[in-house]
Design a protein around this ligand. Structure first.
Ligand SMILES: Cc1cc2nc3c(=O)[nH]c(=O)nc-3n(C[C@H](O)[C@H](O)[C@H](O)COP(=O)(O)O)c2cc1C
Length: 143
């Protein structure tokens, strides 16, 4: 099996319903193609981890790179793996939208995500990089 993680910049702010559409479609495709992973949307940027067969992941990543909903798609780690880190997630999604959430909820959410990042034991370099990125992102002061 194979895993990769990338970051990208949303070309425009996605509405909740647009994000739901994206996820619904992604989850259906991923289930069909035995792909799992996690998607984070934060301050107009995406970070995604994908895992599955090398063929399926490579094909999906090629599609994702061409998707007009985001740009500057940058791969920051990939690996051959023997074990998934999100085995039960067609596409886990953590929305972090500071504009649509109360300050308290937002702070709580960041704390939870940081906690989660500390709790998971990444079994490969790519998932390690993924969680590291999440922690750095969440730790940055709001713009
Ligand atoms: C940030 C981001 C993450 C995406 N993640 C997935 C994904 O995990 N699975 C997927 O099938 N499509 C994902 N897509 C959508 C693909 O780029 C593409 O639109 C979709 O695979 C086409 O599906 P279709 O062949 O069913 O029309 C993502 C798009 C973006 C912008």
């Amino acid at each position: 099996m194979y895993t990769l993680t990338y970051e990208s910049v949303a070309t425009k702010k996605l509405k909740t319903v647009e994000m739901e559409e994206l996820l619904e479609n992604a989850r259906a495709n991923n289930e069909r193609d035995d792909i799992t992973g996690c998607l984070i949307y934060y301050k107009g940027g995406f970070v995604q981890l994908l895992e599955g067969s090398k063929k399926n992941i490579t094909e999906l990543y090629d599609k994702i790179k061409k998707d007009p909903r985001h740009t500057n798609v940058t791969l920051f780690s990939d690996d051959e793996i023997s074990k998934r880190t999100f085995p039960n997630w067609g596409m886990a999604y953590y929305p972090i939208d500071e504009n649509n959430t109360s300050k308290y909820e937002y702070e709580q959410f960041k704390r939870n995500l940081t906690l989660l990042a500390d709790l998971v034991t990444p079994t490969n370099v790519t998932s390690k990089q993924f969680w590291k990125k999440i922690k750095t992102m969440v730790a940055e002061p709001p713009m």
